[in-house]
Design a protein around this ligand. Structure first.
Ligand SMILES: [Zn+2]
Length: 67
């Protein structure tokens, strides 16, 4: 029974934290795509895209918001 509880806790932690989505996010500025004065960044790790005002850089991985 303790084994089952431990397994459930591990699964819950993995589902909540999703560590594989929080790491390895590498943002690259796409200088070819400029629109409305904003700069488009693409993540080389997960393929996420985000447009930010000039001078700002994305910090968080958006992999979890792509679904
Ligand atoms: Zn990413």
């Amino acid at each position: 029974m303790i084994l089952v509880l431990g397994l459930l806790i591990v699964v819950a932690v993995i589902l909540i934290l999703r560590p594989w989505r929080q790491r390895g996010c590498r943002w690259r500025q796409d200088s070819r795509k400029l629109a409305d004065g904003r700069v488009l960044f693409t993540c080389a790790a997960c393929g996420a895209e985000i447009a930010l005002p000039k001078g700002r850089a994305p910090r968080d991985c958006l992999a979890g918001e792509m679904e």
